[in-house]
Design a protein around this ligand. Structure first.
Ligand SMILES: NC(=O)c1ccc[n+]([C@@H]2O[C@H](COP(=O)([O-])OP(=O)(O)OC[C@H]3O[C@@H](n4cnc5c(N)ncnc54)[C@H](O)[C@@H]3O)[C@@H](O)[C@H]2O)c1
Length: 280
């Protein structure tokens, strides 16, 4: 997709952080934007800001972990804009500094509900709208560099598990849609200066309600030293234009992915040696 002006987009998790950075970049490119988020105050502020950029914008209070809520957001965006050209499944929550055996049952439900089901619901609700008008369109899923390797120092494998899933969904969609006019990308950033270390501020009641999780405060300085969300937004717009499946941002994280691949290749070497030693 190359032309953005006058087209429309929906972004989940658009009230703050990366989602707001992407929404700003879309508005700067002349797109109308539907902002979907669970945090009402932040959403109202983001809505006012995007409208000031001179495009049409709507704010949709949405819980991506609830299928019906995402379908309502999709219907509202279609009612407002007619056609939908870009959808970004971006809403997500962190689960860092939590050993796997210690994650509470309802936190597993919340993590998988937002990070994985949120994207699945978005695919099911938004994709039919992206395809039905027959014009060029694009779907972006926000994973993480944690979707391609598990950080050995962060006790974040529960989070990484959901992001591996988002990468797999995106690769699968890319295969399924490659003969169509709908492009697919998966965004895989490392540290971005956002409030993700305070994700539990938005934990819905059915998963235990809002809370402050001090165990994740260690991320604050690390993220503050990372990319700004607006830089991510600019990167995403350019990557949609050039049709990139994997949107990498922090190029130094190549080393992390390479290290994992080396471990995989070593394991294949051992498989080959075993096959030779045990040939029939
Ligand atoms: N910040 C980083 O370093 C980083 C790195 C890699 C990937 N990511 C991913 O980027 C995405 C955005 O996170 P962020 O860093 O901007 O964090 P953020 O907390 O600043 O923004 C996340 C947004 O999602 C919203 N949200 C949370 N639960 C929701 C729900 N159930 N329904 C709808 N909206 C909900 C929040 O209200 C918030 O506005 C996430 O998927 C995250 O995993 C972040």
């Amino acid at each position: 997709m190359r032309e953005f002006k006058g087209k429309s987009a929906i972004v989940t998790g658009a009230a703050s952080g990366i989602g707001l950075g992407i929404a700003r970049a879309f508005a700067a490119a002349g797109m109308n934007v539907a902002l979907a988020d669970i945090e009402e105050d932040a959403l109202a502020r983001a809505h006012a800001e995007i409208k000031r950029l001179g495009v049409r914008a709507i704010a949709l209070v949405t819980d991506v972990s609830e299928r019906a809520s995402v379908f309502e957001a999709a219907a509202a965006a279609e009612r407002e804009f007619g056609k939908l050209h870009v959808a970004v499944n971006n809403a997500g929550v962190s689960m860092h500094n939590q050993r796997l055996a210690e994650i509470a049952p309802r936190d597993w439900d919340w993590l998988i509900g937002v990070n994985l089901y949120g994207v699945i619901h978005g695919i099911q609700a938004f994709l039919p709208l992206l395809t039905k008008h027959g014009e060029e369109a694009h779907l972006v899923n926000t994973a993480s560099i944690a979707g391609l390797q598990v950080n050995p120092d962060m006790h974040s494998a529960g989070y990484a598990m959901t992001k591996y899933g988002v990468v797999a969904l995106s690769e699968g969609l890319h295969n399924e849609l490659k003969e169509t006019k709908v492009g697919v990308s998966v965004l895989c950033p490392a540290a971005v200066d956002t409030l993700i270390y305070r994700s539990a501020r938005n934990r819905p009641d059915r998963f235990g309600g809002a809370t402050e999780r001090t165990s994740e405060l260690f991320l604050k300085d690390l993220l503050a030293a990372g990319w700004q969300p607006d830089r991510i937004g600019a990167r995403v717009v350019d990557a949609i234009r050039s049709g990139e499946l994997f949107i990498f941002t922090h190029s130094q994280t190549r080393d992390w992915v390479e290290a994992r691949h080396e471990r995989l290749m070593d394991a294949f070497d051992r498989a080959e040696a075993w096959e030779k030693a045990h040939s029939a």
